[in-house]
Design a protein around this ligand. Structure first.
Ligand SMILES: [Zn+2]
Ligand SMILES: [Zn+2]
Length: 381
C-alpha cells in the first residue's frame, strides 16, 4: 500500500471505532452494533456465515475449505456513564465502551479487510468472530454452541491493555486471566428492639464475623503462589438506628488461576458458611455462580504470538497473569490458541469512566492480527 492509502485505511478504521464508541450497546443487546459491522463486511465483500446468533456475527475469509484459524473480537459495552473528554463520546446515557471492545471490533474488521485483499494466497480459512456479551460471560458459549469452532485448529483473541506501552504485544504461556466466581450470602436472623438484643439473632454480628472468616480462605488455606482473591463488595442490612434487623446480605467475587485453588476456595466457603449456620443457629443461604474459567494459553501458540509481534514490527513482552476475567477461556478449553494483550499506554484502567484508547495502535493491531493469521495458517497441516 502507498503511504497515502495506508493513512486512509487507518482513518477508516479509527472512524469506525469512533462510530461504535458513540453508540455503545450493553451485553446481548448489540443489535445496531452487529448491523454496523455487517454493513462494513458486506461493503468489502467479506462473507458472513449463517450461524443462529441473536447479536454478534461470524465472518470468514479464504478458500471454502482447508485448515481453519479463528480470530475473536468482542463487541459489547458496559453500564458506565462516560467521563472521557473525547469528541466521539457515548451518546447512550449510562452506557460506555469502557473496556475497549469498540477497538477490538475495529481491529478485527481491519484484519478481515487486510486478509480479504490477499484472499487468493491464503493457505486456509480465517474465521473472524464478532462476539456478543463478553462482559456477562455468556457470549463465547453462545458462539461455541453454534458449532462455529468445531473444525478450528487454532484460536486467537486480543484485549487492549492500558498499562502496557503502545506498540507492545503482551502474552504468556499458561494461565493469563483468572477464573471468576460470584457469590451472594443471605443471613436470615431474628430482628428485635435494639435495646433487647437477647431476643434477636443479630445478622449484623454474624455477617461481620463471616466477612473476616471468609478472608482466611486466602490468607490461611490457599497457597500464596496461587494469587487468588476473595473480595466482599456489598454488605447490606438494617433500616433504623433502634432496630436490630432480621437479615443481612453480602455479595462478592472470587478470582483464582488454577482449577485446584478454585475448587478449594468454593469448598472452604461452604464449610465456613455451614459452620456459622450451626454455631449461630441461623439460616445462611449461599448462592454461588461459577463464571468463566481461567484463560490458559497454549505454550507454542503463546510463543508464536510473541514472535509474530516482533516480525510485525511491534515489541513483544512476556506479561504477568492478571486477575481479570475473560470468557475467551471457553474457546481455549476446546481449541488451542492464545489470548494476547495489546498495549495502548493509557492512564485509565479497563472499566474506568474516563477510559480511553490510543487510536494510533488500531491499524498496527489490525495488521498484526492479519499477519498472525497468515503465518499461523502456514504452520497448520
Ligand atoms: Zn471488560
Ligand atoms: Zn473486555
Amino acid at each position: 500500500m502507498t503511504q497515502r492509502s495506508t493513512e486512509d485505511f487507518a482513518e477508516y478504521l479509527i472512524g469506525f471505532r469512533h462510530e461504535l464508541h458513540r453508540f455503545p450497546e450493553l451485553s446481548s443487546q448489540e443489535f445496531a452494533t452487529t448491523q454496523r459491522i455487517r454493513q462494513r463486511l458486506e461493503q468489502h465483500q467479506i462473507r458472513i456465515l449463517d450461524y443462529p446468533l441473536t447479536t454478534g456475527l461470524v465472518a470468514e475469509v479464504g478458500p471454502s475449505e482447508g485448515p481453519l484459524l479463528v480470530l475473536r473480537s468482542d463487541i459489547d459495552a458496559l453500564p458506565i456513564e462516560e467521563q472521557a473528554e473525547v469528541s466521539f463520546r457515548s451518546e447512550h446515557p449510562g452506557v460506555m465502551h469502557a473496556c475497549g471492545h469498540d477497538f477490538h471490533s475495529a481491529a478485527a474488521l481491519g484484519a478481515a479487510i487486510i486478509l480479504k485483499r490477499q484472499e487468493a494466497a491464503l493457505s486456509g480459512r480465517v474465521r473472524i468472530l464478532f462476539q456478543a456479551a463478553e462482559e456477562i460471560g455468556v457470549g463465547a458459549r453462545d458462539i461455541i454452541a453454534t458449532g462455529a469452532l468445531r473444525e478450528a485448529h487454532a484460536v486467537f483473541g486480543i484485549h487492549n491493555d492500558p498499562s502496557l506501552p503502545a506498540g507492545t504485544i503482551g502474552c504468556k504461556a499458561g494461565p493469563l486471566t483468572a477464573a471468576v466466581d460470584r457469590f451472594a450470602l443471605t443471613i436470615q436472623g431474628v430482628g428485635s428492639h435494639a435495646a433487647k438484643p437477647e431476643q434477636s439473632v443479630d445478622p449484623i454480628i454474624i455477617a461481620s464475623q463471616l466477612v473476616s472468616s471468609l478472608q482466611t480462605i486466602i490468607s490461611r488455606n490457599t497457597p500464596s503462589a496461587d494469587n487468588a482473591v476473595v473480595s466482599i463488595t456489598q454488605f447490606h442490612s438494617g433500616s433504623a438506628w433502634n432496630i436490630i434487623p432480621d437479615k443481612a446480605w453480602l455479595e462478592g467475587t472470587v478470582r483464582s488461576f488454577s482449577a485446584q485453588a478454585r475448587q478449594l476456595i468454593e469448598s472452604r466457603f461452604q464449610q465456613i458458611v455451614q459452620g456459622f449456620s450451626a454455631a449461630f443457629a441461623v439460616n445462611i443461604d449461599l448462592d454461588w455462580q461459577a463464571g468463566p474459567p481461567s484463560v490458559v494459553n497454549d505454550e507454542q501458540w503463546a510463543e508464536f504470538a510473541l514472535q509474530q509481534a516482533t516480525r510485525s514490527g511491534l515489541t513483544a513482552q512476556v506479561v504477568e497473569a492478571s486477575p481479570i476475567g475473560e470468557d475467551f477461556s471457553y474457546y481455549l478449553q476446546q481449541t488451542p490458541g492464545a489470548f494476547i494483550m495489546v498495549g495502548t499506554g493509557e492512564p485509565y484502567a479497563l472499566h474506568h469512566p474516563a477510559f480511553r484508547i490510543n487510536d494510533q495502535v488500531l491499524l498496527p493491531t489490525a495488521q498484526y492480527l492479519a499477519d498472525l493469521a497468515v503465518a499461523g495458517l502456514r504452520t497448520l497441516p
